[in-house]
Design a protein around this ligand. Structure first.
Ligand code: HEM
Length: 138
């Protein structure tokens, strides 16, 4: 036997976004908390604000008690169809290229300088030495 759980799309759940009709998505499950709004110790406003999105993080951030988690089953409506969930925007840090480019320009030019400078000094010293020797000979 397959389970009788209702499969609901994100779009459908998102329609219930008011004080008179308030559904939440928590851990892939859908809850109709309309009748609970006035009794919610955290207030009704936070629950309405948690509609039209995955409220799992909001719910967990509060650190709800076992009692609160136990209460949830009274409001259970069905399962959320995961495929209908809008794609989360994944943040791609630009660091992979920027950190390299932050270093590259300055360091490469100083690298060349530290390599060329001693050679220049050596050449100059050698030229001076020969010049001094020639002066001595005259
Ligand atoms: C079916 C869903 C929910 C149920 C059954 C529920 C139930 C409860 C209960 C029983 C409490 C009292 C404290 C405790 O026992 O943990 C509480 C507090 C609270 N809840 Fe919820 N809650 C739900 C969803 C949410 C969501 C989605 C949010 C956040 C957006 C939220 C925010 C809060 C806040 C801020 C408090 C007050 C915490 C405090 O001041 O101690 N709740 N909730």
């Amino acid at each position: 036997m397959t389970s009788d759980a209702k499969i609901l799309s994100f779009e459908e759940v998102s329609k219930h976004n008011r004080k008179t009709d308030c559904w939440l998505i928590i851990s892939g499950k859908v809850y109709d908390v309309t009748s609970f709004l006035d009794d919610h110790p955290g207030g009704d406003e936070v629950l309405v604000l948690a509609t039209e999105k995955d409220a799992t993080e909001d719910f967990e951030d509060v650190g709800h008690s076992k009692n609160a988690i136990e209460m949830m089953k009274d409001f259970y409506v069905g399962e959320l169809d995961d495929n209908t969930m809008p794609q989360k925007k994944t943040y791609k840090p630009p660091s992979t290229t920027s950190s390299a480019s932050n270093q590259a320009p300055g360091s490469s030019s100083t690298n060349i300088l530290t390599f060329v400078l001693p050679i220049l000094i050596l050449v100059l010293a050698y030229a001076l030495y020969h010049f001094a020797k020639k002066e001595e000979a005259i």
